[in-house]
Write a protein that binds this ligand. Structure first.
Ligand code: 6R9
Length: 660
């Protein structure tokens, strides 16, 4: 049975543990259904009420939703608010000044804690420092930082002064960083001297310098550097400043910049089906509202919880469930600098024990690799650690296979913690389809049901509803507050990518396929339906990697496909035609290594192909289209059984069967 077939006959059901349901914010399916009904009856009124109840408004909004320029929806637009005020000052006013906001654990194990008051002071002084440099509302600031309290401070400080941040994951290359600085038009870059991961110091400032030297960054006036390791980095006079110097001597009072709820809080680049990454623009009010509500509904966050989301702030998960959501709810959370396998593969379990983590949110790829590690080394098996503090587990980034789900449930959750398998995307701002831990009966491998207010559905290629039990295209029928507002600099691409004509122009197209269970209506995500790959939970466009390879002087043509992989979910397999002769043997190995490193340097190590195969040509139709469908079969090492009669050059398939 294939993985997907197995998922569709999955019939193990895990009801919410009674003890959990009793104390949960949402305690039953009746309550869930009633919440859904409230949205059906009065969509705008329900959202409006939640926005009033959950956010602090300097000036209240008078209109909930403006659909006049759909799909450019506007939420709570004439309301004034500030994300940093909601995440910090409001909690202090509510008596949480001395509560721990962040427990930071460094790569080497050192622990630093900051209270809400301390976080406030660090954000306010840095925000004042940014203002003194002339950075103001509407400016864009790129953040290229390691996981740190300072990374969160940088994001919060931007939000405080109304500057739109764009965080670039620290694993991206100089070229990727430069492209984002240029596209977003950043006036400042906040980075660190180095980052520590798995005992190694990796450069950030040097890569940032390289990025700027690639050109096109004329708007960029300031490079602000957090001194993490004290490693030797060149500082350019006039342009570069230390983060602590920017904050030094600044007042701890920084009146937040009150912005429209629609003011862009951040732009986050993500991969799409064409070559260029898309700058996903998010709002302030609607985005923060959903970050808060999902913290309460999906994670059932309470005052006493210690919440740990293991994502990086360079991804959307680190935005919604580290930098904003937990703080907006006055929670205590862990921020972790390192990697799950250092100093050994018991690191996550040891940290849960040490900090008494109660809610743990991670990715299937991490779970799978830790299962493997604990199978081979009993010393890092979770049963060696005290994980009793846990009450809820979460999963995000890719489908979690039922076996990994069961292992997580048994070995980490001690069979008493619900698992929330949260389906969502950079574009959605927060969870979309997920169990509610006190209410929803769980089925391994299914993200179950849409959250109240999220009108998710499955349609066919013309936008018509599909009956349960039949797979189709996942869409959302109504807007929601934390949805993408536009693609930075490219509103046409926004409309074409997410509200395509073919589906009638009104449905939000997620880009994933899905199927609903005949009896329960539960959703199972069947994977991307576009040219986007998901490798270890990282999103990558096949076109992005193809363009990168073709930019190498040796390469004439390249095609990239995904292949199912037990560890990474999908693996990148590349078919390459060189300008010169097709290489074989050691030659092929040498060039393959060279090309892998090239991709690592141009995009980042996460995009390095697992396998490169060389051919004299690629399988093409008579009209010259590369037959990726067939390449996918070859990549899996399977026999091509499809009709190849439309191929211009069927003989080429033999060459492409094996890895070089
Ligand atoms: C949050 C995040 C989005 C894509 C999405 C889908 C896949 C995410 C999933 C899942 C199955 C889940 N995805 N969560 N697939 N089950 N629980 O990951 O955002 O990086 O934009 O990726 O990830 O394919 O379309 P992003």
């Amino acid at each position: 049975m294939s993985g997907m077939e197995q998922l569709l006959v999955e019939n193990r059901v895990f009801n919410p543990p009674k003890a959990f349901a009793k104390q949960a914010a949402i305690t039953s399916m009746e309550q869930y259904n009633a919440m859904c009904k409230a949205f059906e009856k009065d969509f705008n009124g329900t959202w409006g009420r939640l926005a009033k109840e959950n956010l602090h408004w300097k000036k209240p909004f008078t209109k909930v939703l403006d659909e006049s320029k759909a799909p450019f929806y506007k939420w709570f637009e004439d309301g004034l608010t500030n994300a940093s005020y909601n995440c910090i000052d409001r909690n202090i006013k509510n008596g949480l000044a001395k509560k721990t906001a962040i427990i930071f654990e460094a790569d080497g194990g050192e622990v630093t804690k900051v209270t809400y008051q301390e976080l406030h002071d660090r954000v306010a002084t840095f925000a004042n420092g940014l203002k003194k440099l002339g950075i103001k509302k509407g400016d864009r600031v790129v953040i290229y930082m390691s996981m740190s309290i300072e990374g969160v401070v940088a994001m919060q400080a931007c939000a405080r002064i109304g500057a739109t941040h764009s965080v670039v994951f620290g694993g991206f290359s100089a070229k990727s960083l430069q492209e984002r600085i240029v596209d977003v038009g950043a006036v400042a870059l906040i980075t660190a001297d180095q980052q520590l991961r798995g005992g190694k110091a990796l450069p950030l400032k040097t890569i940032a310098d390289e990025a700027i030297d690639l050109g096109g960054c004329e708007k960029l006036k300031h490079v602000i550097v957090y001194k993490r390791t004290g490693g030797d980095v060149p500082m350019k006079a006039g342009r570069d400043k230390w983060m602590h110097d920017v904050s030094a001597g600044q007042s701890k009072v920084c009146e937040p910049e009150w912005v429209s709820a629609e003011h862009p809080l951040f732009v986050l680049y993500t991969s799409g089906s064409t070559g260029k990454p898309k700058g996903v623009q998010h709002s302030t009010g609607g985005y923060l509202l959903w970050a808060m509500l999902t913290m309460k509904w999906t994670f059932d966050l309470r005052d006493s919880d210690v919440f740990w989301c293991t994502a990086d702030i360079g991804w959307v998960t680190g935005h919604s469930y580290i930098a904003y959501g937990p703080l907006a709810c006055g929670g205590t959370q862990i921020v972790f600098e390192g990697v799950p396998t250092y100093p050994n593969a018991g690191r996550f379990w040891e940290m849960i024990q040490r900090h008494k983590v109660s809610i743990f949110y991670t990715a299937p790829t991490a779970i799978r690799s830790l299962i493997k590690a604990s199978d081979t080394d009993a010393n890092v098996h979770p049963n060696k650690y005290n994980l009793k503090s846990l009450r809820l587990l979460g999963s995000v980034g890719e489908p979690i296979n039922p076996e990994a789900w069961m292992w997580y449930h048994k070995n980490i959750g001690g069979e008493k913690c619900p698992i929330v398998d949260t389906f969502w995307q950079t574009e959605t701002g927060g969870h979309m389809i997920t169990p509610l831990p006190g209410a929803t009966p769980l089925v391994p491998g299914s993200c179950t049901l849409p959250l109240p207010g999220i009108m998710a559905a499955i349609v066919d290629e013309a936008g018509g509803d599909m009956p349960n039990g039949q797979g189709g295209i996942l869409v959302v029928k109504r807007p929601w507050p934390s949805m993408i507002r536009t693609i930075w600099n490219d509103p046409d691409r926004f409309v074409k990518s997410y509200f395509p004509e073919e589906l009638g122009g009104k449905l939000y197209l997620a880009g994933d396929g899905a199927i609903r269970n005949k009896d329960t209506g539960y959703f199972t995500i069947t994977g991307r339906i576009d040219d986007v790959l998901n490798v270890s939970g990282h999103r990558m466009g096949t076109m992005e990697i193809e363009s990168c390879l073709v930019a190498n002087p040796l390469v004439a043509e390249a095609a990239v496909v995904g292949r199912p992989d037990d560890m990474t979910g999908e693996a990148i397999v590349t078919f390459v035609v060189l300008k010169g002769k097709r290489p074989t043997g050691d030659d092929a190995k040498k060039i393959a290594t060279e090309l892998r490193n090239w991709v690592g340097k141009e995009i980042g190590p996460i995009a390095k192909p697992k396998e490169i195969r060389f051919g004299d040509n690629l399988p093409k139709t008579r009209s010259g289209k590369i037959m990726r469908r067939i390449l996918r079969v070859l990549a899996k090492g399977e026999e091509v059984t499809q009709d190849v009669s439309t191929l211009e050059n069927p003989a080429i398939l033999d060459q492409l069967k094996e890895a070089s």
